[in-house]
Design a protein around this ligand. Structure first.
Ligand code: NAD
Ligand code: DAU
Length: 357
C-alpha cells in the first residue's frame, strides 16, 4: 500500500473521530494528522483509544489561521486532506451566523489555498497523487416537499439556513479550485448521522439524555419534519470508499434510504428507552413537549445514494432500530462522557436555546 500523510480536520468531533479511528487502525502505513480547534464540539475523549498509535498525531489549531495552516503543511508535507472541521449545528447558525461564515467558508478556502500553494510548489509532482476531500451535507440541496423526490448529485443547490448556506458556499469553493486550478478534489454530501460520541445538542443524543434525566423532550413544531438517518460508522466507511475509489472532481451523495418523521423517531426512542431503563411503556412519551418551530425549518431531506452504492460498492451495514439500540446502549454506559460534555458552556447554550419554551 502507498504510504500517505493525510490531514484530517475536525477529527475530535463526532464524525471526524470515527473517521480518524478508521484510518489510523485500518491503514497503519498512513500517517494521520488530526487538526482540531477543540471548540465546544471537539472532544479528545472521543479518541483516547488511538491517541498513542504510532501513525497518529494531534495538532490543536484553527483552520481559519492561515499562518498556522501553512506551517502545518510545511511540517508534514500532506498528500491529502480530508476536511470535516465545521460549525455543524443549525440552531447555533441561526443565533450566530458569523462563526459559520468564518469556519465553514473562510476556513475551507484557507485550507484549499494553502493546499494549492504547497502542492503547486512541489515542482516534481505538483497535484500528482494529491487529493482534497471535502465532507459536506445534504442540507445544501434545501428542503423537499414532494414525497416522490430525492436529492441527487445533480440536484440544484438551494440552502435555507445559515449553516447550509455556509456549507454550500464551501462546496462551491472546492469546485472552483478544481475547475480553476485543476486541484484534485472529491465532495460527499451525507444525510443525518447518529451514533456514539454525538454532541447532545442534536436530536437523538439530546433526547436520550433528557429521557434519562426526566427532562422535557422539545419537539419543534408538530414533529412532522423528515430526516434520513445513517449510522455514523457507515458514514466513516463511505468516506473511506470515496477517498480511495472516488473519481477526481466527482460528488457522492451518502444516505441510508431511511426516512423518519421526527415524531415517529421520538416515539421509537421513548419505547426503547423505557425498555432499557426498566420503566413502564409510555413513561418517556409523557415527556414530549411541542415547542416553537425552528426558524426556516427544512421539511424533508432524503438522499438518493444509488451512485455511491453502484459505483463504489458501498452499503449501509445497520438497520435503524439496531443502530439506535446500539447508540442508546453507548450513551447509557458512558455517563461520564455525557456529564463532561453537558457541563459548562453547553449548560448556558441549553438555557438560551430552550428558555422561551
Ligand atoms: P461536530 O460539530 O461534532 O465536529 C466538528 C469538529 O470541528 C469539532 O471537533 C470542532 O472542534 C472542529 N472545529 C470547529 N471549528 C474549527 C476550526 N475553526 N478549526 C479547526 N477545527 C474546528 O460536527 P460533525 O457532526 O462531526 O460534522 C463533521 C462534518 O460533517 C461537518 O463538516 C458537517 O457539516 C458534516 N456533516 C455532518 C452531518 C451530521 O449529521 N452530523 C451530516 C452530514 C455532513
Ligand atoms: O442532514 C445533515 C445534517 O443533519 C448535518 O449537516 C448537520 O450538521 C446535523 O446537525 C443535522 O442537521 P439537522 O438540523 O437535521 O439535525 P438536528 O439533530 O439538529 O435536528 C434533527 C431534526 O429534529 C430537525 O428536524 C429538527 C428537530 N429537532 C431538533 C432538536 C435539536 C427538534 O424537534 N427538537 C430539538 O430539540
Amino acid at each position: 500500500m502507498t504510504k500517505k500523510t493525510i490531514l484530517i480536520t475536525g477529527g475530535a468531533g463526532f464524525i471526524g473521530s470515527h473517521v480518524v479511528r478508521l484510518f489510523v487502525t485500518k491503514y497503519p502505513d498512513y500517517k494521520i494528522v488530526n487538526l482540531d480547534k477543540l471548540t465546544y464540539a471537539g472532544n479528545l475523549q472521543n479518541i483516547t483509544d488511538i491517541e498513542n498509535a504510532p501513525n497518529y498525531v494531534f495538532e490543536k489549531g484553527d483552520i481559519v489561521d492561515a499562518n498556522f495552516v501553512n506551517e502545518l503543511f510545511e511540517k508534514y508535507h500532506f498528500d491529502s486532506v480530508i476536511h470535516l472541521a465545521a460549525e455543524s449545528h443549525v440552531d447555533r447558525s441561526i443565533t450566530n451566523p458569523m462563526e459559520f461564515v468564518m469556519t465553514n467558508i473562510v476556513g475551507t478556502v484557507n485550507l484549499l489555498n494553502t493546499a494549492k500553494n504547497a502542492w503547486k510548489a512541489d515542482l516534481n509532482k505538483g497535484f500528482e497523487d494529491k487529493l482534497f476531500y471535502h465532507v459536506s451535507t445534504d442540507e445544501v440541496y434545501g428542503s423537499l416537499h414532494n414525497p416522490e423526490e430525492f436529492f441527487l448529485e445533480t440536484t440544484a443547490y438551494d440552502p435555507q439556513s445559515p449553516y447550509s448556506a455556509a456549507k454550500a458556499s464551501s462546496d462551491h469553493f472546492v469546485r472552483a479550485y478544481h475547475n480553476t486550478y485543476k486541484m484534485p478534489v472529491v465532495i460527499s454530501n451525507c444525510s443525518n448521522n447518529y451514533g456514539e460520541n454525538q454532541f447532545p445538542e442534536k436530536l437523538i443524543p439530546l433526547f436520550i439524555n433528557n429521557i434519562q434525566t426526566n427532562k422535557a423532550l422539545p419537539v419543534y413544531g408538530k414533529g412532522e419534519n423528515v430526516r434520513d438517518w445513517l449510522y455514523v460508522q457507515d458514514h466513516a466507511r463511505a468516506i473511506d470508499d470515496v477517498f480511495h475509489k472516488g473519481k477526481n472532481g466527482e460528488t457522492y451523495n451518502i444516505g441510508g434510504f431511511n426516512e423518519w418523521k421526527n415524531l415517529d423517531l421520538v416515539l421509537l426512542l421513548c419505547k426503547i428507552m423505557d425498555k432499557k431503563l426498566g420503566r413502564p411503556q409510555g413513561t418517556s412519551e409523557k415527556l414530549i413537549s411541542y415547542v416553537t418551530d425552528r426558524a426556516g425549518h427544512d421539511l424533508r431531506y432524503a438522499i438518493d445514494a444509488k451512485k455511491i452504492m453502484n459505483e463504489l460498492g458501498w452499503q449501509p451495514s445497520l438497520q435503524f432500530e439496531e443502530g439506535l439500540e446500539k447508540t442508546i446502549d453507548w450513551y447509557l454506559s458512558n455517563e461520564k462522557w455525557l456529564n463532561d460534555v453537558t457541563s459548562g458552556e453547553y449548560q448556558k447554550y441549553y438555557e438560551i436555546q430552550y428558555l422561551d419554551n
